[in-house]
Design a protein around this ligand. Sequence first.
Ligand code: AMP
Length: 175
Amino acid sequence: MDLLKEIRNVPDWPKPGIQFKDITTLAKNPAAFKESCDLIIKKYKKKNIDEVAAIEARGYVWGGVIAYQLGTGFILIRKPGKLPADTIIEEYELEYGTDKIEMHVDAIKKGERVLLFDDLLATGGTAKAACNLIEKAGGVVAGIAFVIELTGSLHGRDKLEGYDVLSLLEIPVEE
Ligand code: AMP
């Protein structure tokens, strides 16, 4: 099926100039949601994944399903201040300013193969920071999967050079 049709474009949200790719419309369509999960599961089924890590909040929707189907554990990567035990933090650049993500320090055992999932790749800053967290904790990033990749001027994939990156849909950024 055409998953692209299930993505709603919301112009000027959360601020003027941003074309927000709303994935909630895909998530609520049973066939589209299943297919988007299945395509990622199929690719990583035989890749000896130990853990799926995902970034809050939309990442958890797919990430949990993928982990369940791959028979792996699930690791929560969160915005700062939400995780209760000892954490490691990674700061990364945004268009204006910086942001941070956090993971429990004991979330990953040394050498574990981790599949990272997020809903969308834009500049790649968030996913790169998540890779840094996984690697600092001793894990190996065995793959990075997205439903949507924004292509064109953002060059998100370049920031993830050297990693195995899968995106189900490529959407050119409108300048
Ligand atoms: P980035 O770090 O620039 O790759 O941004 C990726 C993160 O920001 C993902 O978690 C997305 O959910 C969110 N994001 C960035 N740009 C958009 C957009 N145009 N539409 C929807 N989500 C976006």
